[in-house]
Design a protein around this ligand. Sequence first.
Ligand SMILES: Cc1cc2nc3c(=O)[nH]c(=O)nc-3n(C[C@H](O)[C@H](O)[C@H](O)COP(=O)(O)OP(=O)(O)OC[C@H]3O[C@@H](n4cnc5c(N)ncnc54)[C@H](O)[C@@H]3O)c2cc1C
Length: 451
Amino acid sequence: MDEEALADLRRSVSGEVTSEEHPRRASSRDASAVVGLADAVVRPADADDVVALVRWARAHRVPLTARGGGTSLDGESVPVQGGVVVDFSRWTSIGRVDAERRTVEVGPGVVNYALTGALAPHGLFFPPNPGSWRSSTIGGNVATNASGPRSYRYGPVRRWVHAAEVVLGTGERTWLGPATAKRAVGPELLDLVVGSEGTLAIATSVVLGLAVRPARRCGVVVAVPREAPLGPLATGLTSRPSLRLSAIEYVDERVGAALRARPDARLPGDGPLVLLEVESEGVEPEGEALTELDSVLRTLGISESPSVVPDADRLWSLRGEAGAVLDGLTGPRVREDIAVPLAAVDAAVRELEEIAVRAGAALYVYAHLGQGNLHPNVAVDPASDPGARVRSEILELARRLGGTVSGEHGVGSVKRSYVPAELGDPAVRVLRGWKALCDPDGVLNPGKLLP
Ligand SMILES: Cc1cc2nc3c(=O)[nH]c(=O)nc-3n(C[C@H](O)[C@H](O)[C@H](O)COP(=O)(O)OP(=O)(O)OC[C@H]3O[C@@H](n4cnc5c(N)ncnc54)[C@H](O)[C@@H]3O)c2cc1C
């Protein structure tokens, strides 16, 4: 960006504009190996400022990359083509909770876990709880259509976004809604934001739907025999709604060992683990539901009695540490996010082992098992040729088994080349058409999502 454009930027927006080294470096990475340095970082003052910023970007043809917590895993929030990072981390307003309609309007910079805390006194919660919930923001969650363990029962973020105020890449500001519980006026334009990774519009305010907190919930940890097939286990659990499970997670033996070493982990056994959450309206969740769970597990070949973790949130925060714990063990590694039908889970795990063996590297798997969403981690440098080969073998495996190259993390700059094969040419043409309409000059997060 030249000096004249920077000077015009300072004149155009009233929020903070900086071209200093430190904030640019701080926003040059996400949680992946992708790196890109912006020329400036802007903290817009309000939605009018975002409009001014987009108009400025169009006039000077400068890329804008929105950023929340910067925890994306495929370069989504990295300014790979330079330009300006639009930092929403201070947009943390949480509006009045409408307990009757079960909605709340929030700023895009609200951290997921902070929202959970703010909603608790109202007896409500925002269900999707990604492993990054202590640092990822609602804006990022919405733009990546994130999920978490509770998405097994409650679905991904898409299901909970009722309306949003956005600024399109044209510089137009509009509400996508209205925030009714249902509507049938045309296709769902709100999906311009949800899952579009900041490539079509920038969200400046979001109205979220909320769920009623169950009277009680607890975590349950089950030690699983090493040879137990996972597909039948998952199907056995998912086919029994009376168990009131809201999460069905899995960690393999290696990840289990790494998590057991965390302070206060208190995890049973020494092999793979299934982590569950049980909801209950009764006073004693450990009562009926757990008795039934115990007998269901026995029919599925698991004889160890499950251990109860009274504070389920503690279990999900521990599970969310899996990635960081592996960072310490393996260093840079290929970490993936495929989802396959439950019937294909065991074939997927077998073939993942083969891929890792061929690469001469260890495989670590954790999974949102109830949804067939596997996170294989292979301890090989993703920037190396063998790393690129491993990634491509994993993604091709997912497609061959009737699955997807991303269950929840998104595409970013890393997986763009796999999008046409997964969506097909006609759908890609439609996406390109939307992009041209919403962002005619291609200033919003270029280099992401579409090849
Ligand atoms: C330890 C760890 C665990 C994780 N666990 C999960 C998990 O369980 N489930 C899951 O789905 N993901 C998970 N992730 C990935 C990541 O946390 C999610 O993708 C999350 O939604 C990103 O939120 P963020 O605030 O960090 O967004 P960022 O990384 O800042 O941005 C992500 C994308 O959102 C866009 N964006 C941000 N704000 C806006 C806005 N206001 N308007 C438009 N676009 C915007 C950015 O441009 C970018 O494309 C995990 C990551 C880590 C590091």
